[in-house]
Design a protein around this ligand. Structure first.
Ligand code: FAQ
Length: 309
């Protein structure tokens, strides 16, 4: 079949909402965009376990420790589904991981911030997982089949994560003055970085136009960010806390919140590798990869042995 005809079939599938599957013909740029986004998403899930992992040994009770462990395990599992979805596009897991280690592939900017107190764990669940879900619910309808199906499972787990984060902050917000201050301080530090998770403003988003045409993305960065502000501005009322934004105000005409300006210089700086923990995060992943070498070798040796039996 001619390439032109193949492209026509591909575009028709996109238009008719038929998922694109691994063995279907697809434009090279579509394949590359999906590899870029899915692998970066996978890296984010894995690197995202590091700031939370910092608190496993210091959780305030056995119950909180078990919840945190379960959440971190879920996030690592999300990384694995996503690496598998990415492999269906013809790239090996090793290649994608090398791209993370070499700095070629990005991961979510949010995970380059430190977790200074226990309240940060609640704030991550509520705000970071909350922002992640806002984006990922849209991705359950993304046009590439394996990515969309991975997202359905991931979203179910992420909603539990968000609820547990909120509940954990709710307990602190009803606690001692010191606990309340800790809760407010965590919200102050995580709010703006959480808004940055949605990416640059639409006018500066290099990939959005094409990704929207291919229905990889269904909503723009700014649209999702606004939805997130509208949701959190209501939820925070139940905590009796404040978002660190003097400009946050309900706009009755627009039926949405008006709010302040993100520090875009900070966003681009973190993405370029100059955030508070970028070096530490990538170094931790490289060390884990090196330390896991013997496990990978043993697994391959075992599978080769099974094949010869
Ligand atoms: N951080 O043209 P756009 C989670 C890059 S999972 C770093 O708008 P696009 C779960 C972007 O890659 C969180 N880089 O890009 C969890 C591009 O550079 P490139 C992760 C960013 O792809 C919770 C350039 O800027 N979620 O949290 C960021 O159309 C708790 C221009 O941007 C996903 O990955 C950023 N925030 O839209 C785990 C969702 N924003 O690649 C543990 C899937 C932008 O051309 C604990 N990804 N960049 O070199 C997406 O939906 C999209 O990729 C966006 C960016 C929306 C992130």
């Amino acid at each position: 079949m001619s390439a032109l005809k193949e492209e026509e079939i591909f575009l028709k599938k996109i238009e008719e909402e038929t998922k694109i599957e691994p063995k279907d013909w697809m434009p090279e740029a579509y394949r590359k965009t999906n590899i870029r986004q899915i692998s970066q998403h996978a890296h984010s899930e894995i690197v995202g376990t590091l700031p939370e992992g910092n608190w496993i040994g210091r959780a305030p009770s056995l119950k909180r420790k078990l919840i945190l462990l379960a959440k971190i395990q879920d996030e690592a599992g999300h990384g694995l589904y996503l690496y598998s979805a990415c492999e269906t596009l013809g790239i090996t897991r090793e290649e994608t991981i090398n791209d993370l280690h070499s700095g070629k592939a990005k991961y979510a900017s949010i995970f380059n911030y430190p977790t200074l107190t226990w309240a940060d764990i609640g704030a991550i669940g509520w705000l970071v997982d909350g922002a992640a879900i806002m984006n990922q619910v849209m991705l359950t309808r993304t046009s590439y089949g394996p990515y969309a199906r991975a997202m359905v499972k991931i979203c179910k787990e992420e909603s539990f994560h968000q609820r547990q984060g909120f509940e954990s902050l709710l307990v602190l917000s009803k606690g001692t003055t010191e606990q309340q201050q800790m809760c407010q301080d965590a919200i102050n530090r995580w709010w703006w970085p959480a808004l940055m998770m949605f990416g640059p403003k639409d006018s500066e988003s290099t990939n959005s136009d094409q990704s929207m045409k291919w229905k990889i993305k269904r909503k723009s960065n700014d649209e999702l960010r606004q939805n997130f502000v509208d949701m959190i501005a209501e939820q925070i009322k139940f905590l009796g806390m404040k978002l660190p934004d003097d400009k946050l105000k309900w706009n009755n005409k627009k039926k949405q919140y008006d709010w302040g300006e993100i520090n875009w210089e900070e966003f681009w700086n973190v993405i370029k590798g100059n955030g508070p923990c970028n070096f530490e995060r990538v170094a931790a992943r490289k060390k884990a990869w090196e330390n896991g070498e013997w496990v990978r070798q043993a697994a391959v040796a075992h599978s080769n042995k099974s094949k010869t039996k």
